[in-house]
Design a protein. Structure first.
Length: 263
């Protein structure tokens, strides 16, 4: 479980991008975060995995999610307070799928997957690309799960956008994460592939019993796949509920108009 309390972020003093965010994400469901561009969705995800440092507030892993991060698993761990070795350990437990894939283009698909284990092996072995046989076997298993079992030796730059995103998901799962984040994972994909990627994220979250948080623009996809939808406007949460309770009036509140909605 992830518990966010009064989380705020300002890149410029006096101009908050996030304002006192309070969210609890529990269980194996998929949470979609929606909202207009610039409302802080990506910043929120990047605060969770500490790619961006929050200005204030707390983010707690409960014992079930933090068990590998502490010698005292009965205690929650505040991700905001971590640095150095503790922060590196926490990031191992938070998988991230990026909008622009963030693959190493010159490496093979298999090598890209194995980079998901870099936090678990020594620097020398990482430099030599020396991975455990168990990790290689798990990577092959994940390639089959994402439908790329025949692509292990292909370079990443030879793949389509949808294939690259599948590699990105498999790489995140290589970390055996307690929490999976996805930052606009379908924004560059066609409608059919977008549905397939969302199906994959939801299925893997449920199968592994971990929360999945997806930042996205496509409201229809969010309503179709999310167990929970969080709507943001101006750096604040203005809606938190199920797809069935996300009315046109609420979408008007989130986006400032409904003229874009299909009639």
């Amino acid at each position: 479980m992830l518990r966010i309390q009064n989380l705020s972020k300002s890149y410029v003093a006096g101009k908050p991008v996030l304002s006192a965010i309070n969210l609890t994400v529990d269980g194996a469901g998929l949470t979609a975060i929606i909202g207009a561009s610039g409302t802080g969705k990506s910043t929120l995800l990047r605060c969770i995995n500490r790619l961006v440092d929050p200005t204030s507030g707390s983010m707690f892993f409960t014992p079930s999610a933090a068990q590998a991060l502490s010698d005292k698993p009965s205690q929650s761990i505040d991700l905001v307070s971590l640095s150095g070795r503790g922060l590196r350990a926490a990031r191992r437990s938070i998988g991230m799928v990026f909008q622009e894939y963030n693959l190493v283009e010159r490496l093979s698909v298999m090598e890209n997957l194995l980079t998901g284990r870099l936090g678990y092996i020594g620097a020398f072995n990482a430099w030599r690309r020396k991975f455990d046989e168990a990790d290689i076997a798990y990577a092959q298993e994940l390639l089959a799960i994402v439908g790329l079992e025949n692509f292990a030796n292909q370079r990443a730059d030879s793949l389509s956008g949808g294939q690259r995103q599948r590699v990105g998901i498999a790489r995140a799962l290589m970390q055996r994460p307690a929490l999976l984040l996805a930052d606009e994972p379908t924004s560059s994909l066609d409608p059919k592939t977008s549905v397939e990627i969302m199906e994959l994220l939801r299925a893997q979250g449920r199968e592994r019993g971990i929360p999945v948080i997806v930042n996205m623009h496509d409201v229809a996809l969010a309503k179709r796949f999310a167990d929970r939808i969080v709507g943001m406007r101006g750096g604040k949460v203005v809606f938190d509920g199920t797809a069935s309770t996300l009315s046109d009036d609420m979408l008007n509140d989130i986006y400032g108009g409904t003229s874009w909605l299909a009639t």
